[in-house]
Design a protein around this ligand. Structure first.
Ligand code: SAH
Ligand code: SF4
Ligand code: F3S
Length: 450
């Protein structure tokens, strides 16, 4: 596009930010921008930020500092900060880093084109409101529909009312809001028309989804999943992130009966100690979480569980930590993400007595070693099994294609004439450090001859 301005977006944090960045790029497309993958030739740089841990927030300022020379060379360059740091720090960002022209919170992205115009008139632009209008509806692309890859995210719910004592999300994303089911279904059909075969439904508390349905009743996430199941051409459905207390019976049942719903569930628990869970305000015990997983596994025995853990939460004792290790031992996660507790200003836990950094580091190391052990075992146990794989892109070797199994393991297959978007049954033959290797299976489930 001749004369188009260039937009460089860098995305930090969770998948919801990835989705938001795509929507912002589309909205800015309407304002004459095309995306570029380098900040050097950009007319506008946008950092879509994360505030979840201290390091994530600090990265933003060091990244911004690096744009100084770019702006010296090109005074017209506009620099914007979006996302959760923008929401949490607002105007403070411009005070701390005067290079910044624009600060926009996650609920105000639909105002981005007007805000950009304001910066072109030489003014600074700031918007961290929580307006009532549906930002996604306003962000909808009105331009030509670009072809998409085989997988896509689709945000169905935003915000959080849970207020875990360590977490900034209720403050940066606001209260829980669910999008109307009809809009989600329209968006899903549109994605499928553009080549998407797998959709991951997103929400900070996705299983708390309760959006208005086309029939006037409130739909649960399970109800929405069943409606998506009816879309021809959509082959796979996933959702993340869930809270244990919102794992309703209909959703558990769907894992057993909806064939498009993939056998993978990310269900963070944070700690295995009831004392710490209580102090974290998680509102469930370790035992309740374990019984819940039993019920999920009864519905879908092969489901792969994934989780999140925080070590070194204020007042966590060695015994509390051992309780977490015991829980890990019992669940045997296929994946897990673990973090040292990070003090977040404005959250209740920030006011409490903090643990020493070396205690946190030591616990994190031990916990990660255990998780890696299980992760390996779960991955290695795939060898010999035949699993569905959705191919996404060429691998490193000529003719090789890489995709994801139903269980979200990366799988590569050599020279089988596959294309992105192909879905095939693959017999797993090897388990490498970060991925599986396999061969196409024949109709009767036997491995094809090479
Ligand atoms: N809504 C999701 C996850 C939100 S944040 C949920 O309820 O599980 C993703 C993960 O970051 C959390 O699960 C938690 O493990 C981690 N996290 C959140 N706040 C943190 C903090 N202050 N310090 C360290 N890790 C944190
Ligand atoms: Fe944060 Fe807890 Fe809400 Fe998850 S449920 S986003 S951890 S407050
Ligand atoms: Fe980070 Fe905000 Fe997501 S704090 S994890 S980008 S909701």
């Amino acid at each position: 596009m001749a004369g188009a301005k260039k937009l460089y977006i860098k995305t930090y944090g969770c998948q919801m930010n990835v989705y938001d960045s795509e929507r912002m790029a589309e909205a800015m497309g309407g304002a004459g921008y095309v995306e570029t993958d380098s900040p050097d030739d950009a007319d506008m740089i946008l950092l879509n930020t994360c505030h979840i841990r201290e390091k994530a927030a600090e990265k933003v300022y060091s990244e911004l500092g690096r744009f100084r020379t770019l702006k010296d060379d090109k005074p017209d360059l506009k620099i914007g900060v979006a996302g959760c740091v923008a929401q949490a720090e607002g105007e403070e960002i411009m005070r701390r880093q005067p290079l910044v022209d624009l600060v926009v919170g996650p609920q105000s992205y639909h105002r981005l084109p007007q805000m950009e115009a304001q910066t072109r008139r030489g003014a600074k632009a700031l918007d961290t409101d929580f307006p009532l209008d549906d930002k996604f509806e306003a962000l909808k692309s009105r331009g030509p529909k670009a072809r998409r890859g085989p997988t896509a995210f689709l945000t169905v719910q935003e915000g959080c009312d849970k207020f875990c004592a360590f977490c900034v999300v209720p403050y940066t994303r606001g209260a829980e809001v669910s999008r109307p089911a009809a809009r989600i279904l329209d968006e899903a059909r549109d994605l499928v028309d553009r080549g998407v075969r797998e959709i991951t439904l997103l929400g900070q508390n996705v299983n708390a989804y309760h959006g208005p349905g086309p029939d006037g009743t409130d739909w649960s996430l399970a109800r929405l999943i069943w409606a998506l199941d009816g879309i021809d051409g959509l082959e796979r459905i996933r959702f993340t992130t869930s809270h244990p207390n919102d794992m309703t019976d209909d959703l558990i049942e769907a894992h057993g009966t909806c064939s498009k719903l993939m056998p993978y569930l990310h269900l963070p628990v944070q700690s295995g100690s009831d004392r710490i869970l209580k102090r974290m305000n998680r509102k469930h015990t370790a035992e309740e979480y374990l019984r819940l997983i039993e019920r999920i596994r009864a519905a879908r025995p092969d489901i792969l569980m994934s989780g999140d853990f925080i070590v070194g939460f204020p007042e966590e004792t060695e015994q509390d930590f051992q309780d977490t290790m015991d829980l890990i031992e019992e669940v045997k996660y296929g994946y897990a993400f673990s973090f040292k507790y990070s003090t977040r200003p404005g959250t209740p836990a920030a006011e409490r007595d903090q643990l020493d950094e070396d205690v946190k580091s030591d616990r994190l190391q031990r916990l990660q070693a255990r998780i890696t052990h299980h992760q390996r075992a779960v991955q290695d146990a795939m060898v010999g099994r035949t699993v569905g794989v959705l191919f996404e892109k060429p691998g490193r070797l000529p003719g090789q294609m890489v995709g994801k199994s139903e269980y979200l393991h990366a799988v590569h297959v050599a020279d089988a004439g596959l294309a992105p978007g192909d879905l095939a049954q693959v017999t797993i033959t090897e388990s490498g450090s970060n991925s599986l290797g396999g061969r196409l299976a024949t109709e009767d489930g036997a491995t094809a001859a090479e």
